[in-house]
Each structure stands twice: as structure tokens, then as C-alpha cells.
Ligand binder design. Structure first.
Ligand code: AMP
Length: 192
């Protein structure tokens, strides 16, 4: 199973990704987690990424595409993978398609977790209190949301045109949202 988990910041991608990777035994690849680890370690990548992340801007395409190409080669667990937070731009999606095509592979589905802006801002504010993520401050969060709507959301058309887009309502309890995702994933597995 090769899927992309898609949606605005604080849609619950990370939480759902953990459950999905456990239940379906697929590797969870989060570019946000990889970048945060690099920032923490203070590597060259981390120093570069931090300047974008703290403003809520996207890290340049060539940088994240390089990371993904490297990780995809290593993470072939046999059961597939789930991308969380990648791709976020059309060039990233095209680079992913190219890399997978070369390996005679393709994405099975893009699960888009749908949450309205008002709810997102409330969730980010709550997460800030619990996790203290710098990019969850109200100002940066608003920018991340704007970046999502302008640069990332257009990908829905890209994947809809490829008949890969599956929209799931992200409102409700964690297990309610997971049940909706499970219904979609099981239908995909059933079709394979
Ligand atoms: P996330 O944890 O997915 O919300 O990502 C946190 C931050 O990491 C984002 O606001 C971006 O600055 C950066 N980032 C993560 N994934 C990507 C990506 N695919 N393209 C560009 N920047 C990214």
C-alpha cells in the first residue's frame, strides 16, 4: 500500500498516520519530523530548514525532494509506505511520480483530511499549549494555513485528475476519523 496523507496543518495527519502505520504495517514517512530532527541535531540541513520552518514557509522543493528520494530507497519495508506532509507543491508531486515511475510503482491513493479554517486555528492554539511547537504561534500558524491554501491545496486537483483523491471528514474523535480512513483504505486494498 502506497498512500499520501494530505490535509491542512493540525488536520490530525500525524495522529492518524501513527494509527495507520500500526494497523496496516506500513512505514510512516513525515518530512516535518525529518526536518525537525535535523533542526534539533543542528545539521546543515537543519540550519537551512529552520529559517523557513520558523516562519511557517515551505522548505525549498529541491531540498525536500532530495530527502524523500533518499528515504524512499531506504524505507522499502515490503508493505509499502505512507507519506505525511509530502508532497506540498506541484513540483514535489511531479518529482514523486517520476521517482516512483522509475521503480515501476505508483501511489494507490491520497487521503485528504478535511478540516475548516476556524477549527484548525483552535486546534493549533491548543497544540501550542501542549507541545510548544514554535511554528504553532498564532501568527506563524495563520501563515502556514495560507501557505497550505495557496501552494498545497492545488494538489487536490492534481490527484483528483489522476483519480487518486479520497476526501475524509476530519471533524470528530480520533477513532471516528480513523474509521472513515479505514473504510477508504480497505476499499483500496480490496481492489488490489
Ligand atoms: P509539518 O510537521 O508537516 O506541519 O511540517 C512542519 C514544517 O516543515 C512546514 O511548515 C514546512 O516549513 C516544513 N515542511 C515539511 N514538509 C515539507 C514539504 N513537503 N515541503 C516543504 N516544506 C516542508
Amino acid at each position: 500500500m502506497k498512500i499520501i496523507l494530505f490535509g491542512p496543518p493540525a488536520a490530525g495527519k500525524g495522529t492518524q498516520a501513527e494509527i495507520i502505520s500500526r494497523e496496516y504495517n506500513v512505514s510512516h514517512i513525515s518530512t516535518g519530523d525529518i526536518l525537525r530532527a535535523a533542526v534539533k541535531e543542528g545539521t546543515e540541513l537543519g540550519v537551512l530548514a529552520q529559517s523557513y520552518m520558523e516562519k511557517g514557509e515551505l522548505v525549498p522543493d529541491d531540498v525536500v525532494i532530495g530527502i524523500i528520494n533518499e528515504v524512499l530507497i531506504k524505507s522499502d519495508s515490503g508493505n509499502g509506505f505512507m507519506l505525511d506532509g509530502f508532497p506540498r507543491t506541484i513540483p514535489q508531486a511531479e518529482a514523486l511520480d517520476e521517482a516512483l515511475n522509475k521503480a515501476n510503482m505508483g501511489i494507490d491513493a491520497v487521503i485528504s483530511i478535511e478540516v475548516k479554517d476556524e477549527e484548525i486555528l483552535v486546534r493549533i492554539e491548543n497544540r501550542q499549549k501542549i507541545e510548544g511547537r514554535k511554528d504553532d504561534s498564532v501568527e506563524v500558524a495563520k501563515n502556514r494555513l495560507e501557505v497550505y491554501r495557496n501552494q498545497t491545496e492545488p494538489l487536490k486537483d492534481y490527484y483528483s485528475n489522476a483519480n487518486k483523491l479520497m476526501e475524509v471528514d476530519g471533524l470528530g474523535k480520533i477513532d471516528e476519523v480513523f474509521d472513515r480512513i479505514k473504510t477508504v483504505l480497505d476499499s483500496i486494498i480490496g481492489h488490489n
